[in-house]
Design a protein around this ligand. Structure first.
Ligand code: SF4
Length: 233
């Protein structure tokens, strides 16, 4: 049986879906140039199903506000667009648009200083702020089967496990309008999202090596980080 093809937008040479340069009067793009791996070709029914979701009033309004926010992140002083808002400013503008008053920060213990700075900024701008860090609960890593030799601080020392499920449960119980993830580890962030019942956004992801800027490795993947692209060669 032939292998089912999966979408690969990241490899697209045409980007037909962007319909770049077209006027509204030109209508949607011609589908003739879609590559074989295009999701519009492979899964057209998905777009019908998605459109039905956007027809739900609350979903439509959320999507509309998100796109208004996107628009407001640019200015056009000349013929070129320029970005004008940091992510934190965007976060606050979007929260205001959505009528969110109470925000919950789920942060890493390693970013407690940043969580405090963020709390200051959010409170100064009129938000009520809840925060809970990953080590809350003080549960020893041995409880999830971590061996003494797998503890960062050494076999003989206590090491509290990251507890994203408890973080999510606390965020849920405090009835915040929006949860903000700040520097949770890979995997722990996945669990937090899985257990969080309120809307979630990400302010920053954990990258210990690159000052929480994981894209830095991609930007250098043709020079210092070339080894990441060549695998085990
Ligand atoms: S949706 Fe289709 S046209 Fe658009 S980037 Fe993906 S593969 Fe290319």
């Amino acid at each position: 049986m032939p292998k089912t093809q999966d979408p690969k937008c990241a490899r697209c040479p045409t980007r037909v879906c962007e319909n770049h340069g077209a006027k509204m009067t030109d209508g949607p793009p011609s589908m003739k140039k879609l590559p074989g791996f295009c999701p519009m070709k492979l899964m057209p029914d998905v777009f019908t199903d998605a459109a039905a979701e956007y027809d739900k009033p609350e979903v439509r309004e959320f999507a509309r506000l998100a796109s208004v926010q996107e628009f407001q992140c640019f200015e056009k002083p000349s013929s070129q667009h320029r970005a004008r808002l940091s992510r934190i400013e965007e976060l606050m503008q979007f929260a205001l648009k959505c009528g969110y008053k109470k925000l919950g920060i789920a942060h890493c213990g390693g970013l407690i200083r940043e969580a405090g700075l963020l709390t200051n900024v959010l409170e100064k701008n009129g938000f009520e702020v809840v925060s809970v860090q990953c080590k809350a609960g003080a549960v020893a890593k041995e409880e999830i089967g971590i061996a003494a030799t797998e503890k960062i601080s050494g076999p003989e020392n206590w090491e509290s496990m990251c507890n994203p499920i408890a973080q999510a449960m606390i965020i849920n119980r405090t009835k915040v309008d929006l949860a903000i993830m700040l520097g949770l580890c890979i995997g722990h962030d996945t669990m937090f999202i899985k257990y969080c019942d309120v809307p979630v956004t990400v302010l920053a992801v954990k990258d210990r090596l690159l000052a929480h800027n994981p894209l830095g490795a991609l930007y250098l993947s043709e020079s210092y980080y070339r080894y990441m692209r060549t695998g085990n060669e």
